[in-house]
Design a protein around this ligand. Structure first.
Ligand code: NAD
Length: 259
């Protein structure tokens, strides 16, 4: 028996990367999954087909997570087609790579609206339904190690992910009475389309080896496993936390040898 038998999950940005891997793992663990996308319909539909092949209900559902009306419509559609949502994974995200002195207001707004406002909108819409249904639920937010420490040239990304860490605590505090648990994961570098330009760069590869105690980056499956744990009843008394999944990166590394 899977860890999510009979559950219904909505995964934002679920057509590729960490979102796709999480959607497929959830289905393997017994969940039906609505795979959200905003533009890449084909990827989300492919993921939904793979979910259906596992004998679960799977559907590609469209909404820009930063658009309240579109999210409300999408959640109506999911509930009508697949059933009420027990698990929300706020995974959709974008990233800026611009120095603080150069980032424009427009570039800042896109990242904040997608990552932070999008997490707020999807969580509020889904949590209201969870409260109405009275059966509790769980929300897992995909933050980042950039939600715990600053990173060069990531002003909006770092700010949005720090915001998600705060929002995770706030929602856990206010939704606990309704038996809704809210947690976040904070990955270090994960090999996905978002980071694909890093891996052919020898300077980056040797920096990761130096800076990450485990001397490597993560695969999406490793992050999906932590999301699964937090979404499952195995984590029944865990709420309000952000768990780093970063090969020890945020634990620190000496800049000179201790020997
Ligand atoms: N890859 C990493 O190193 C890494 C590290 C830490 C955190 N993360 C976080 O993991 C999450 C997934 O990223 P990924 O690495 O799989 O990258 P990705 O680019 O493959 O996936 C991001 C997904 O979000 C979707 N998306 C973007 N804007 C959207 C919007 N407005 N509405 C709906 N969907 C939208 C994209 O279409 C895509 O499917 C992101 O929140 C990212 O910040 C990634």
């Amino acid at each position: 028996m899977g860890h999510l038998e009979g559950k219904m999950a909505l995964v934002t940005g679920g057509g590729r990367g960490i979102g796709r891997t999480t959607s497929l793992l959830f289905a393997r663990e017994g969940s039906n999954v609505a795979v959200n996308y905003s533009r890449s319909r084909f990827e989300a539909e492919q993921t939904a087909v793979e979910i259906q092949k596992m004998g679960r209900k799977g559907s590609a559902v469209c909404a820009d997570v930063s658009d309240l009306e579109a999210v409300q419509k999408m959640v109506d559609e999911v509930e009508g087609e697949l059933g009420s949502i027990n698990i929300l994974v706020n995974n959709a995200g974008v990233r800026d790579i611009l120095p603080f002195l150069q980032i424009s207001l427009k570039e800042w707004q896109l990242v904040i609206e997608t990552n932070l406002t999008g997490t707020f909108i999807c969580s509020q819409v889904v949590a209201r339904r969870m409260v109405q249904q009275g059966k509790g639920g769980t929300i897992v937010n995909v933050a980042s190690i950039a939600g715990l420490i600053a990173m060069p040239n990531r002003t909006a990304y770092v700010s949005s992910k720090h915001g998600i860490v705060g929002l995770t605590k706030q929602m856990a505090m206010e939704l606990g009475d309704h038996h809704i648990r809210v947690n976040a994961v904070a990955p270090g570098v994960v090999e996905t389309d978002m980071t694909s330009d890093y891996f052919g760069n020898s300077e980056f590869v040797s920096a990761v080896k130096n800076i990450y105690p485990l001397s490597r980056w993560a695969q999406p499956e490793e992050v999906a496993n932590l999301i699964l744990f937090l979404a499952s009843d195995e984590a029944s008394f865990i709420s309000g936390v952000t768990i780093p999944i970063d090969g020890g990166f945020a634990a620190g590394k000496g800049i000179i040898s201790q020997k």
